[in-house]
Design a protein around this ligand. Structure first.
Ligand code: AMP
Ligand code: GLY
Length: 414
């Protein structure tokens, strides 16, 4: 098959790397790709939001299957457009991707179908939002309704912080239309984990669990980021809670979407909090998580094309996962998630056979590969134990230790 992957980050590099090992792939294209992806696929210079050109490219190059990484084109209807052009695509329609695109929609779906999540209310009016915060007290969580590149959530420890978040979103329009409505949510305590599943209508095939580390600095301090590292599988979620999460959260959600006329095809990602009352939904994503994918796909034993092809044909793909552990540490530009400089030359990274380097924000120049984003790359290791995976990853990351242009967390998986 000829395959097209849409996206340019670490997640897409991992997907492309996995696809590059498939005997079923004839030609692999990634649009637009990055400096790491170019070594495993042909990068095509089309922006992920340029859906017209992507459709034309797919038709002209006889693409048999397209896989979409990021959320923005999903919400813009890329799957709808590909299907209308008679192209096969492993991605949700915009009607289904709304589960990520509108937190208010996700909340109303969960309320209607009794899917466990934090109590919440949605507001457009500043005074009403503040009255609700006054009544509920802090800590409390304020979320922009729409897509905000992972930046639209404020976990407010005081009422004042919560009021400021409401002002930023509803008055100063910090997220423009994405913040025209805010969801105000009960603060959940517990351990977070990510559960992704391959979904086609009511058919749900869970992947192994993973844990992302979203705060910028060690000990979960500092601002939220796109993710500073991850590991899989998560070992501190009891089996009964995991079964509950699969049955009562992910399968129930897939079924609910079908009932609502929004049948979902693609990766349904549940961000969960294991509370004293059991797992509850923090958020849904309509796509592969980043950086969770970077540590989950290396554990998948199946050929990814076999899996996606089976699922689209209504067959059970028989997912098989390695018993090993996988851990990845993100190396970021100093200053991220605030302002940072680009164009810093990367040092040479020496890795073992069980390790990998995944590019996120990098660019090929005459001087070599340079940084081109906040999260630059991820160093990952697959090993028999989580401790081994962590130790080896950090040994490799050491090359960045004295380089002031970059930083990374020292406590991923601890
Ligand atoms: P999200 O972008 O929705 O995943 O939110 C970013 C992060 O904020 C999550 O990974 C959690 O750590 C935190 N968070 C979101 N909602 C809640 C909540 N209701 N209670 C506690 N923490 C939350
Ligand atoms: N790792 C969280 C996300 O992909 O949104």
């Amino acid at each position: 098959m000829n395959i097209l992957v849409v996206g340019r980050g670490g997640r897409e590099h991992t997907i492309a790397q996995k696809l590059a090992t498939s005997s079923r792939v004839k030609h692999l294209y990634v649009a637009p790709g990055n400096a790491g992806i170019q070594h495993v696929a042909e990068c095509v210079d089309i922006d992920e939001m340029n859906i017209d050109e992507l459709v034309t490219f797919a038709v002209e190059n006889k693409i048999d299957l397209t896989i979409v990484g990021p959320e923005a084109p999903l919400n813009a209807g890329i799957a709808n457009r590909f299907m209308r052009a008679g192209l096969r695509v492993f991605a949700p329609t915009k009607e289904a991707a709304i589960i990520e695109g509108s937190k208010d929609y996700a909340k109303s779906l969960m309320k209607k179908y009794d899917i466990p999540t934090a109590a919440s209310a949605t507001f457009k009016d500043v005074a009403e939002a503040k009255a609700y915060i006054e009544e509920q007290g802090a800590p409390i969580v304020i979320k922009a309704d729409g897509l905000a590149a992972g930046k639209g959530v404020v976990v407010a420890m005081t009422k004042e912080e919560a009021f400021k978040a409401v002002d930023d979103m509803l008055v100063s329009k910090a997220f423009s239309d994405a913040g025209a409505k805010v969801v105000i949510e009960e603060f959940l305590e517990g351990r977070e984990f990510s559960l992704m599943a391959i979904v086609h209508g009511e058919a749900v095939y869970p992947l192994v669990t993973a844990r992302d580390h979203k705060r910028a600095f060690d000990n979960d301090l500092g601002p939220n980021t796109g993710g500073m590292g991850a590991y899989a599988p998560v070992t501190d979620v009891p089996k009964s809670d995991l079964t509950f999460a699969v049955e009562e959260i992910v399968k129930k959600t897939a079924k609910s979407l079908v009932k609502e006329g929004r049948s979902f095809t693609g990766i349904l990602y549940a961000g969960l909090m294991l509370t004293e009352e059991g797992p509850k939904v923090i958020e849904f994503n309509a796509r592969f998580g980043d950086p969770e994918t970077q540590v989950i796909l290396p554990l998948l034993k199946n050929d990814l094309i076999q899996v996606l092809d089976d699922v689209l044909k209504g067959k059970n793909p028989g997912l098989k996962f390695s018993q090993e552990h996988c851990l990845g540490v993100v190396v970021a530009s100093s200053g991220y998630p605030g302002s940072y400089e680009k164009g810093k030359v990367l040092p040479e990274i020496n890795i073992n056979d069980n390790q990998f380097v995944i590019h996120a924000g990098t660019k090929q120049t005459d001087e070599g590969i340079v940084s081109d984003g906040g999260r630059v790359l991820l160093v990952g290791t697959k090993a028999p134990t989580l401790d081994k995976a962590r130790e080896q990853t950090y040994e490799t990351c050491n090359v960045f230790e004295t380089d002031e242009n970059f930083f990374y967390r020292k406590d991923i998986g601890k």
